[in-house]
Design a protein around this ligand. Structure first.
Ligand code: G6P
Length: 368
């Protein structure tokens, strides 16, 4: 087993380190010689896409969090309304699905029982099914009309890391492909965004290279009972994934909140030294996040901020800052999640937890 960890202490940190490769592979295997997206296993034509008036993205756990980012990307680029739902909810709530609906299921393993059941439910109502999965020939891949395989490689640690970032890349690519086919984005935006996706892998590597700084930050929160993750827009979805990660492997109670909702209840929970991880990667929401950080700081919180390089203003408010390389707001999710994975990892290690096999959890939940 030590050998398969490739010199790392745990599979999780090995898999965190494999993300630049996974992101790159997922992307470049789908680019043609002209740098355009070519999705071989997705047969949806321009005509098919014009018929689709609603998209559901359905998944569980971390894959569900990727689906939330997918909603953002598909609505922004392809201009189709998207609802992201938890598979175990979707399958029992008689969702509004017909033959003009596209169901996108996201599943690392391709075997999750609730996701598979949601797929079957939507199919029985006439929906077209597109699966994003990491496992070739998995049940979900076999049941779907169209498949997008992530190129994360086998993921062993129970807590998902590299599968998640490759799911994000997949969803961005699907959004861009739909958009260019439908004519809802310009060629220029299309090309520019693909170029940015190409740079994402190097930028993730830069973050990983600075893991020791994040490890130090982990020291300052490792004994906390509770932590709160705040974000707005896309950053809120990353906050949800960050909170899940730390709960899963370090057993620290953590919750994510849309930062604007704080004042409607959550702020009552902030006490002296409560860790608050504030994600502020969206330029158009930056000032709003600064105000939210000030609010919690004034109530004693220990604020760890995530911001884009150059946004130095954040240092005046936060106790610690983790900078991510410059990237457009829409693609920031691929970067912001990485420091949160690393932070969870080090908190779990310092708390003496079984990082790769946390209690009560399974890698793949194939029964309901
Ligand atoms: C389990 C795992 C999670 C995962 C979820 C969905 O609960 O512990 O890490 O996100 O299943 O799995 P899937 O294979 O469908 O992505």
């Amino acid at each position: 087993e030590a050998a398969s960890k490739g010199g790392f202490d745990h599979f999780m940190i090995k898999e965190i380190n494999e993300q630049p490769k996974g992101i790159k592979e997922t992307l470049i295997r789908r680019l043609d010689e002209n740098g355009k997206i070519k999705l071989d296993d997705i047969k949806l034509t321009k005509e098919d896409l014009e018929k689709i008036n609603k998209v559901y993205i359905v998944a569980c756990g971390t894959a569900y969090h990727a689906g939330l980012v997918g909603k953002y990307a598909i609505e922004k680029f392809a201009k189709i309304p998207v609802e992201t739902d938890i598979a175990s909810e979707f399958r029992y709530r008689d969702p509004f699905v017909d033959e003009n609906t596209l169901l996108i299921v996201v599943s690392q393993s391709g075997e999750t029982a609730d996701t598979l059941a949601a797929l079957k439910e939507a199919r029985s109502k006439g929906a077209r099914i597109l699966a994003i999965t990491n496992v070739v020939g998995s049940s979900i891949a076999r049941e779907a009309d169209d498949v997008f395989y992530t190129w994360a490689g086998p993921e062993v640690a129970v807590a998902s890391t590299k599968a998640y970032t490759t799911q994000l890349v997949s969803l961005y690519m699907i959004a861009l492909d739909f958009a260019i086919k439908k004519g809802t984005i310009t060629e220029e935006v299309y090309r520019q965004t693909i170029k940015e996706l190409e740079f994402a892998s190097d930028k993730v590597q830069e973050i990983i290279n600075n893991a020791d700084k994040i490890e130090k930050i982990a020291d300052s929160i490792k004994d906390a009972q509770n932590a709160f993750y705040l974000g707005r827009g896309l950053d809120y979805y990353i906050a949800m994934e960050g909170a899940l990660k730390i709960k899963e492997i370090s057993y620290m109670h953590a919750e994510a909140f849309a930062a604007g909702e704080l004042k409607h209840g959550t702020i009552a929970l902030i006490e002296e030294n409560t860790p608050v991880i504030a994600i502020a990667s969206q330029d158009y929401l930056f000032e709003k996040m600064i105000s939210n950080m000030k609010e919690v700081k004034a109530r004693g919180a220990f604020v760890i901020a995530l911001a884009k390089e150059g946004n130095k203003e954040v240092e005046k408010v936060a106790d610690k800052v983790i900078y991510i390389p410059e990237v457009s707001d829409i693609l920031s999710s691929i970067l912001t999640v990485v420091p949160l994975q690393i932070l969870s990892y080090y908190v779990a290690v310092k708390r003496g937890c079984d990082v790769d096999k946390p209690r009560n959890l399974a890698k793949s939940v194939t029964v309901e």
